[in-house]
Design a protein. Structure first.
Length: 363
């Protein structure tokens, strides 16, 4: 009986013939459009060959169709782990444990991160291929003799356990840009407040100690990829009586913050928080859900709509916000939608600069 391309690709992958699996599936792209299993298998195959860009793209396509598949979450967690973003990887592993409490791969990955998940070790494991033990499992290679494979795997696990025990307690955050020029000088720390307060109005009046702490918190949040949390502290400083030099460094730090996607966004403020204190959340990113109304596409290709923020039935309606996109978007206005956007302010009103949208695919 003839087998379909996805089944054949899984067989290829079990034999570690990843390039063959990728070639086989890519030739069937028109047949399997919007097929979860197709995108998932392609993403895992690309992950195993080290093509992380393609893997991320295919896995994102799969995620638009289904969110909670353990294989999908393992693959996406592995990508974050490879990047040294242990905090984000942990979130995915914990989500796997909620849906699949007995998942051994998630258990092993969490143990690795907890005991020896420093960035240098992660880099070495990526370089040597050991990181693949945290990828979605493929099962035994049928081309190998099972009696030889089983002791080998047991030996590797034993070595891993020994390494974990030896390095217990060592854990370092995954840093990104090193910005020594943005560290506060001793003079800035001791004289953090603006001296001339005449004819000035500040939203936040902070002590010298509070200003230094808020700024250092912003740096720390930035280095651990919590850009929303960093932006909030930056906004608090910019709207306070902090010195001009500290405000200047805060603006420079803000330029290093990155736009997230639905998988990487953290520290999301609620609608009520933004509405009540917009200045504090300016330029923060949100991924709010709700229903669409008043959608308009303009001649220049831009698109605006109102997002009625709430749950799928709007029984917990929070409020409405205008969303502006640079290009047209195709929504099912009757269905629940999630929008990723950045808080902005213009013409005396706050709104969202839309980045991307997500709606479940109709079955």
């Amino acid at each position: 009986m003839a087998k379909d391309a996805i089944t054949l690709a899984w067989n290829d992958m079990r034999r570690r013939h990843f390039a063959t699996a990728i070639k086989r599936l890519e030739s069937k792209a028109d047949v399997y459009e919007d097929n979860f299993e197709y995108y998932l298998v392609l993403g895992i195959a690309c992950l195993y060959v080290g093509d992380i860009g393609a893997a991320s793209s295919y896995l994102q396509m799969a995620r638009r169709i289904r969110l909670t598949d353990s294989r999908l979450l393992l693959a996406q967690a592995a990508i974050f782990l490879r990047r040294g973003d242990s905090a984000r990887a942990i979130q995915y592993y914990l989500e796997i444990k909620e849906n699949d409490p007995g998942n051994k791969t998630a258990d092993a990955a969490l143990a690795f991160i907890r005991i020896h998940g420093d960035y240098d070790t992660i880099c070495r494991w990526v370089d040597t291929g050991k990181i693949e033990q945290f990828y979605p499992p493929l099962g035994f290679n049928p081309d190998k003799i099972a009696l030889l494979v089983t002791p080998l795997i047991a030996c590797m696990l034993g070595v891993a356990v020994v390494l974990f025990a030896f390095h217990r307690g060592q854990r370092y955050p995954a840093y990104r840009a090193d910005l020594p020029q943005l560290e506060l000088s001793s003079e800035e720390k001791s004289d953090a407040k603006e001296k001339d307060l005449s004819n000035q109005t500040y939203k936040y009046i902070l002590s010298n100690k509070e200003i230094v702490k808020k700024y250092n918190d912003a740096l720390r949040y930035f280095q651990t990829h919590r850009d929303n949390a960093a932006q909030i502290e930056i906004n608090r400083i910019l709207n306070s009586d902090a010195s001009l030099s500290i405000k200047k460094k805060s603006r420079i730090l803000a330029d290093y913050l990155e736009a997230p996607d639905f998988d990487t966004i953290m520290d999301v403020p609620s609608y009520s928080e933004v509405a009540a204190e917009t200045a504090l959340y300016m330029d923060c990113w949100v991924d709010w859900g709700g229903k669409i109304s008043n959608a308009v596409t303009y001649d220049n290709g831009s698109f605006t709509c109102d997002l009625l923020v709430g749950d799928e039935t709007l029984s917990n309606y929070e409020g409405s916000v205008s969303v502006h996109f640079d290009s047209a978007r195709d929504f099912d206005s009757s269905a629940y939608v999630q929008i990723l956007g950045q808080v902005a302010f213009e013409g005396g009103k706050w709104y969202l600069k839309g980045r991307s949208v997500y709606q479940k695919v109709k079955k």
